[in-house]
Write a protein that binds this ligand. Structure first.
Ligand code: SF4
Ligand code: SF4
Length: 174
C-alpha cells in the first residue's frame, strides 16, 4: 500500500517531455550556454582553483607520497624490522632485509607501490625508528603502473614534509 502511494507520488513528479514535431534549432540553447559562461567570467567570486599555478594548502595531517628518513651519511633509517610490511593492509611494501658484519640490519630492497597504497599511515605509526613517513604531497601521477613502485633511493629523495598523523592542538580531530 505504502509502496503504491510512493509510486503515485513519484509519478506525479515526472515531467513528460514531448519530442519536437519540427526540426529544432539549437541556437537559443547555445546562446544561453555562452551567456552563462560570460556571466561566470565576470563573476568576482570565482571558486575554480587555477591548478597548477595555484595549489591547495594541505592539512598538516594529509597523508600522501612516502618519505624515507636517512642518516647524515645517506644510509636509510630503516632497520628492516619487518613491521611495516606486516601491518600494511594493502600489502604494498616489499622488504628484503640484510645484515652487515656488525650485525646491523638494513633494507637490501625496500619498495612501496604508491598505486596500491591506501595512505592509511599505519606504516608510519608502527615504525620503531621513525624511518618511513607518509608525506604532504599529492602530485605523483605517472604514465605507467611500474613507475608507481618507489624504491629506496626514490623514497629517500622525497623532500616533502612528513605528515603529522594527529594534530597535537586537536587530538580528537574536531
Ligand atoms: S600508508 Fe598504509 S597502505 Fe600505504 S604503505 Fe603505509 S601501511 Fe601500507
Ligand atoms: S617499520 Fe620502519 S624500520 Fe621496520 S621495516 Fe618498516 S621502515 Fe623499516
Amino acid at each position: 500500500m505504502a509502496r503504491r502511494r510512493k509510486d503515485k507520488e513519484m509519478a506525479a513528479n515526472v515531467r513528460l517531455m514531448k519530442r519536437p514535431e519540427r526540426e529544432a534549432s539549437y541556437l537559443r540553447a547555445t546562446l544561453k550556454g555562452v551567456a552563462l559562461t560570460f556571466r561566470h567570467m565576470v563573476n568576482p567570486h570565482k571558486v575554480t582553483m587555477q591548478y597548477p599555478e595555484e595549489k591547495w594548502a594541505l592539512s598538516p595531517r594529509w597523508r600522501g607520497t612516502h618519505v624515507m628518513e636517512q642518516h647524515e651519511d645517506g644510509r636509510p633509517k630503516c632497520v628492516a624490522c619487518g613491521l611495516c610490511p606486516a601491518i600494511c593492509p594493502a600489502n604494498c611494501i616489499r622488504l628484503v632485509p640484510g645484515e652487515d658484519d656488525q650485525g646491523n640490519r638494513y633494507p637490501v630492497v625496500y619498495e612501496i607501490d604508491e598505486f596500491r597504497c591506501i595512505f592509511c599511515g599505519m606504516c608510519q605509526e608502527v615504525c620503531p625508528v621513525e624511518a618511513i613517513h607518509v608525506g604532504q604531497h599529492y602530485e605523483n601521477s605517472e604514465y605507467t603502473r611500474d613507475n608507481f613502485v618507489y624504491d629506496l633511493d626514490r623514497l629517500m629523495s622525497q623532500k616533502q614534509p612528513s605528515t603529522l598523523l594527529w594534530d597535537p592542538s586537536d587530538p580528537a580531530s574536531e
